[in-house]
Design a protein around this ligand. Structure first.
Ligand SMILES: *[C@@H]1O[C@H](CO)[C@@H](O)[C@H](O)[C@H]1NC(C)=O
Ligand SMILES: *[C@@H]1O[C@H](CO)[C@@H](O)[C@H](O)[C@H]1NC(C)=O
Length: 426
């Protein structure tokens, strides 16, 4: 009871403070900008309504159809305190959507013949092949089947990755899987990037890191304004993040039981698979407002970009690998990316999940199997190959909804598809 009472008191205090806050905060000018195809004006109206009602305080939404922009809109403030509006080039931390950007980078390496999905990780990284990890394939690692959700209790920091790469690598090599690799699946919340990024560096003929491989093989040649680890000199383009600490997540989720259970597990149950996966890194999301922190490339969650950049990159994989005459992937490789690899109970998130080669799959409310990645706070990117659509939503006002379930995004998605049905028949 004590715990529940504390939660209720905290919730009430939180609501009162929020309410008082709105009374003393001066009203800012309404910000909404960008392009919206005339047949999709209902989406623009929805965004306007949300900004006026305060439900959208900072974010961007982009949709491409056959590689053409249908919607590229933004609204609200990149930094409310500084009265800096969201603009065309505003970027934000896109959290776990970055996992799929690493997946696309890996696919590019597969195309180049540097990697093969069915090969063992230890073919590229021999020291990895010990302690039960001998038979882990590249595909298992990408589809969260490797069982490496944590590092057996060893703590890591973000700085370790950049400043002590040799020691960090040894830590990864010592890890033992939580289950027989390939027999179960469970979200590798933090460790996905640890292992995938290291594998990429080992397999790359020039041993570049994931940030550099992405930059040289995809970002530059395809003009994608996205960064795995943001160069500090670009920090002026970043929206200030409104992040939750885990304690704040817990308090804010009191009214949503399934979220509350999830966050309670993160905080109070270090022995649960989810608790283990989170506590592998000594980190608080609030640190992501530090340019130094953001500059360290880690594909688990440190990617920075706009909705447009995500939508543009995904327009290739939504269209068979080629978009507007430019090929990102040959058809057979692209086809592989659109296929789920494993489906069923997720040991970490404790729900059913479907994973592909670094992507998550979902039946969207319109009944299409889409694939891409959600991210903490409400971020989303996906490809809908049935309709040749790619779509992304990003926000700096992070919510408790990080699994394609943020109402801001769901409303946009619903209105978009309503317009799209009319657009197709006209
Ligand atoms: C790996 O596969 C080989 C051959 O199938 C098998 O003998 C060995 O026990 C496996 N190792 C592990 C750690 O699962
Ligand atoms: C990745 O490589 C680039 C180029 O060598 C380097 O500047 C950057 O610091 C590296 N990032 C990490 C996290 O090591």
């Amino acid at each position: 009871m004590d715990f529940l009472e504390t939660c209720v008191v905290l919730l009430m205090a939180y609501i009162v403070l929020k309410y008082l806050g709105t009374l003393v905060t001066p009203k800012l000018d309404l910000v909404i900008g960008g392009y919206c195809h005339p047949k999709f004006k209902k989406v623009e109206e929805l965004i306007r309504k949300k900004v006026i009602s305060g439900k959208e305080k900072g974010g961007a939404f982009a949709v491409y159809h056959r590689g053409e922009v249908l919607i590229d809109m933004w609204a609200g403030y990149a930094d409310e305190e500084a009265k800096r509006p969201w603009t065309r080039d505003t970027m934000t931390v896109t959290f776990s959507t970055t996992k799929s950007i690493a997946a696309i980078t890996i696919a590019k390496m597969v195309e180049s013949g540097w990697l093969d999905y069915s090969n063992l990780v230890s073919d590229y990284w021999p020291e990895f092949g010990c302690n039960g990890k001998e038979n882990i394939t590249v595909e298992m690692l990408l589809s969260h089947q490797a069982g490496l959700v944590w590092l057996n209790g060893e703590k890591t920091t973000l700085r370790d990755i950049r400043d002590y790469p040799a020691e960090f690598e040894k830590l990864l090599e010592r890890a033992t899987p939580e289950w027989q690799p390939g027999t179960k699946r469970g979200y590798h919340t933090v460790t996905y990037g640890y292992f995938v990024d290291t594998l990429a560096r080992k397999a790359d003929p020039k041993h570049r890191n994931i940030s550099t491989i992405f930059k040289e093989e995809i970002q530059d040649p395809y003009d994608i304004d996205f960064y795995i680890g943001l160069p500090k000199e670009l920090s002026y383009r970043m929206a200030r993040g409104h992040f939750f600490t885990i304690a704040e997540l817990l308090i804010s989720s009191l009214a949503v039981p399934r979220k509350f259970i999830l966050f309670a597990k993160m905080m109070f149950s270090p022995s649960s698979m989810l608790g283990k996966s989170i506590k592998t890194m000594d980190f608080s999301n609030t640190e992501l407002n530090d340019p130094e922190t953001r500059s360290i490339g880690l594909s688990s969650f440190i990617g920075c970009g706009s909705a447009r950049s995500l939508g543009k990159l995904y327009s290739y994989i939504a269209n068979g690998g080629t978009c507007k005459g430019k090929q990102l992937f040959p058809p057979n490789l692209n086809e592989r990316l659109t296929k789920p690899v494993t489906s069923g109970y997720d040991e970490c998130i404790a729900t059913e999940n479907t994973y592909g080669l670094g992507f998550m799959f979902r039946d969207n409310p319109q009944g299409n199997l889409v694939f891409g990645h959600p991210g903490l706070g409400g971020q989303v990117v996906y490809a809908d190959p049935t309709n040749q659509i790619s779509l992304a939503y990003v926000t700096n006002y992070n919510s408790i909804f990080g699994f394609w379930d943020d109402a801001r995004f769901l409303d946009l998605e619903k209105t978009f598809y309503e317009c799209f049905r009319e657009y197709q028949t006209s």
